[in-house]
Write a protein of this length. Sequence first.
Length: 313
Amino acid sequence: MSRSRAHARRRRRNVRACCCRNARACSHRNAWWIYWLTYGLRASILPVGLAESDKALRNARAHANSQRSRHEIVRAGAREDRSKLSALYAPLPAIVSAVAEVSPRGQITIVLADDHQVVRAGLRMLLQAEEDFDVVAEAGDVATTERRVAAYRPRVLILDLNMPGESSLPAIPRLRDAAPETQIVVLTMQNDPAFAREALRAGAIGYVLKEAADSELVQAVRLAAQARTYLSPELGARLAAEPQDSSGPPDDLSARELEVLRLIALGYTNSEIASRLYLSVRTVESHRAHIQQKTGRTSRAALVAYARENDLV
């Protein structure tokens, strides 16, 4: 019994010692894994991700700061630009008013309206030779003329009657209403006294024939700038020699309508009349409709007879 007990006791001690050694080994291995997981993995794997994250965060913060600085710089520059512009344009109203007050007294500003550029160039040379004349703008049709007059407000507008598009005669009252300070001198090849009478009645203050422009236009412009009327001497003599007719044109036809009626009576078609008068076909049709309404004639034959009855052809 004692031997078997002693053997069993030794066996239990051996098992305990083995267990202790195994336990110590297990504890050592567990401690090593725990250490490696805690420090090794942190030092080898985790810091890579953390470093990249920290770097990305730092880059984002730096970008945000740079953007903020850039926006602040832009806002500061905008504020500075606004202040500079305000300082620059502050005296502009006073300058404009001063020019508006001084320029008309100093020089006679002129707008040229003629559909031929060569004619405008010759007229510009003629007028610019005068020290107190200043040609500020040119135009080749009625619509452009209205825009130039509204923009420049000249003292004198030299206006051709025959320009492409709309007739110049109906535009004279509009031009006078838009710029009452602008006097209109008509420069045309139309030597019919009826056109001169119609132009003056519409609001023009001067009427000059192109054939006498080199000798009469400068004087007409000077008189117009003084709000004085000028009429070509040839037309003035013809108007004075004509018998006075208080009734005016037949059936109150305008000068343009009389011209269209004459061409109709002479056998011209609407397209031919439009080409001859520098009008559109639709404008000629509109004039013809007005003529038919005023005269009560609805056919071409009736219009021809009406023109002959009133000595228009």
